[in-house]
Design a protein around this ligand. Structure first.
Ligand code: GSH
Length: 218
């Protein structure tokens, strides 16, 4: 395997945070290419970056002449080329459950709270900053209420979302916890989520991926 990884990211981006955790768990140290999502009107919108990712979103991972976008695709790609430690459970039901939990965050909570959604609400629909904050907190609450039940009622939940080792579910959940705090939500209404976050952040792969620990952190 060629060791020529480069990650396009931004310290605050929770989707890039997911990719950073997966890379850390696999022991891969990519070259970091910073895409500031606010500076210059958003560097994700430059012609140079648009040519790489027509979606104008981060993260993107360059490896061995390929460019992969979408954090979930990046995570599963890394898991295939570097199988240990696995990011998905060994059994089919376990894999389905870990993906199910991951998708609650990545497909249902995060997309409606993305930067471009907030910008559209503000610039085109005249929603105030307070209105956008209410919107964001609402969708996090809806998702976390469901996730809390899915986690607390299942015997498959362990120290992490599924069992006692980190999976794709934790890789999505922990960055979303950081987003919740940025939206001024405490995690106390969701004790299982809070417990899993506290445990995960003791793992160096999660801690090193935190926004505050990135070289471009402001
Ligand atoms: N589904 C995508 C979402 C990527 C995404 O939304 N990234 C955000 C940062 S967390 C972004 O680049 N936002 C830029 C914008 O909204 O203009 C993934 O999982 O990679």
């Amino acid at each position: 395997m060629k060791n020529d990884f480069a990650l396009y990211g931004y310290f605050r981006s929770s989707a890039a945070f997911r990719a950073r955790i997966a890379l850390n768990l696999k022991g891969i140290k990519p070259e970091l290419r910073f895409v500031h999502l606010l500076k210059d009107g958003g560097q994700q919108h430059t012609a140079e970056y648009k040519a790489l990712n027509p979606q104008e979103l981060i993260p993107a991972l360059a490896h061995d002449g390929h460019l992969i976008t979408q954090s979930l695709a990046i995570i599963e790609y890394l898991d295939e080329i570097v199988p240990e430690p696995p990011l998905l459970p060994k059994d089919a039901f376990g894999r389905a459950r870990a993906r199910e939990l991951a998708y609650v965050v990545a497909c249902d909570i995060h997309p409606v709270n993305n930067l471009r959604v907030g910008q559209h609400l503000k610039n085109k629909l005249n929603v105030s900053d307070d209105g956008i904050a209410i919107w964001q907190r609402h969708w996090i609450k809806v998702g976390f209420d469901a996730l809390e039940k899915m986690l607390s009622l299942s015997k498959d939940t362990g120290l992490y979302c599924h069992g006692d080792a980190p999976t794709i579910a934790d890789i999505c959940l922990i960055p979303q916890c950081a987003n919740a705090r940025r939206a001024k939500l405490e995690l106390s209404p969701w004790p299982t989520i809070a417990r899993i976050e506290a445990h995960a952040l003791k793992h160096p792969a999660f801690d090193a991926a935190l926004p505050k620990n990135q070289p471009d952190a402001e």
